[in-house]
Write a protein that binds this ligand. Structure first.
Ligand code: F3S
Length: 81
């Protein structure tokens, strides 16, 4: 599964990174990105962190975070800002 952060929705509130800094970080512009340590060698989310991601999804006021099924490299649009 992948974690997707929608760059059109993320407004940099930072609650995700404050709640679970082991999974989320903020880029130089203050927008959310997924920590590389939260991903396996193929770029998929470590399944043991799904609870943390679910909590972040419930906390983000912009509904910017989503879990997407699939094992391909995650789409972390926030990194492209
Ligand atoms: Fe962005 Fe939501 Fe986190 S707005 S910084 S994904 S709490």
């Amino acid at each position: 599964m992948r974690v997707r952060i929608d760059p059109d929705r993320c407004q940099g509130h930072g609650l995700c990174a404050a709640l679970h800094p082991d999974v989320f970080d903020l880029d130089a512009n203050g927008f959310s990105v997924v920590q590389h340590d939260a991903l396996d060698q193929r770029g998929a989310l470590d399944p043991s962190l799904l609870t943390e991601v679910d909590e972040a999804i419930g906390t983000c006021p912009e509904d910017a975070i989503a879990v997407v099924e699939g094992s391909a490299r995650p789409t972390v649009e926030g990194e492209a800002r």
